[in-house]
Design a protein around this ligand. Structure first.
Ligand SMILES: [Zn+2]
Length: 129
C-alpha cells in the first residue's frame, strides 16, 4: 500500500480526509452516546455483582453473577474501544482500517463508530459482527 495516512499541515487540524466535518461531529456524538450507554450498563451490572439479587435459587444467583461479570468485562472492553476511537479521531487516524489501511466508509462508521477494520478484513467487527 502506498497510501500513508498523513495529516496535511495546511489543514486547521487533524482530520480523516474522507469524512466531512459534519460527519465527524456526528460520529463523535455517536461515540459519546454509546460511551454513556456503556457507563450506565456498567453501573447497573456492578450493582448486580454487589449481590443485589432476591428471590432466586443459589444456582441462578451464581449464573446471574457470572453473566454480570462477563457483561462487565465485555462492557469495559467496548468502552475502551469507544475511547480509543475518540483518541484516533483526535489524532486524525480515525476511519482507517487497521488491517489493510483502507478508508472505512461513513455508513459503516455510523453503524459501528468504534470499529477499527473495514468489512473486507477478517478481523472486522470483533464485537458486534
Ligand atoms: Zn481492511
Amino acid at each position: 500500500m502506498t497510501a500513508p495516512f498523513e495529516v496535511s499541515g495546511t489543514d486547521s487540524g487533524p482530520a480523516p480526509s474522507h469524512l466531512t466535518t459534519t460527519q465527524q461531529q456526528r460520529l463523535r456524538s455517536l461515540l459519546f452516546e454509546q460511551l454513556e450507554v456503556q457507563r450506565a450498563a456498567l453501573e447497573e451490572h456492578d450493582e448486580t455483582l454487589d449481590g443485589a439479587t432476591h428471590d432466586v435459587v443459589d444456582a441462578a444467583v451464581t449464573s446471574e453473577r457470572e453473566l454480570a461479570a462477563a457483561f462487565v468485562l465485555f462492557t469495559r472492553d467496548t468502552a475502551a474501544e469507544l475511547l480509543a476511537a475518540l483518541a484516533r479521531m483526535d489524532a486524525g487516524s480515525y476511519g482507517r482500517c487497521e488491517g489493510c489501511g483502507a478508508v472505512i466508509p461513513y455508513e459503516r462508521l455510523e453503524a459501528l463508530p468504534e470499529t477499527r477494520f473495514c468489512v473486507s478484513c477478517p478481523r472486522h467487527g470483533g464485537l458486534f459482527g
